[in-house]
Write a protein that binds this ligand. Sequence first.
Ligand code: FES
Length: 197
Amino acid sequence: MTDLNYDQTLHLKNIVPQRAIEEIDLWIKKYPEERKRPPIIAALKVVQEHNGNYLTEETMQAVAEYLDVPDVAVYEVATFYSMFHLDKVGRYVISVCNNISCSLRGADKVIEQLQSRLNIRAGETSDDGLYTIKTVECMAACAGAPMLEVNKTYYENLTEEKIDKILSDIAAMELKRAAVRSTIDDAASIEPSEVKD
Ligand code: FES
């Protein structure tokens, strides 16, 4: 039971920024006061976004405390939906559907190709912290089977060529990102005396 003297926002406020708390509050206000469970999904999404794209036991407990629901109610939601990650994941989470329609249309081959190109097994994250491969249940895109999702983007009717293109697009994006990063680092390392008027 929640301690009435306990500042319920305290714990969550230590974990996520104020704007995240405000976003969660907006979701809470959408439901009658006595209905405390419906905002769980939205609150977890917000918290995950602000916690390096995964949820820890501490973050789940903080959400439960903030929403005034049992820990287990939050845990059930977090473990049911594949969009929630309970371990540290890569910058690109590649979720491959291996439910019936996708399986019948070659999900196994998709997984094999990804594993061999990225050199990790499903359920693993690459050493450089860039990629995680997950297998997930139906993502309601069966008409486009086989399909996968990278972060929040769906890719359907996959072929070997399409998968290679997805991976090479990500690699190109990462190169650009690295170039921007190094430009910023170079600029930051310039001594004031080196700056000409
Ligand atoms: S079975 Fe794969 S999206 Fe439905």
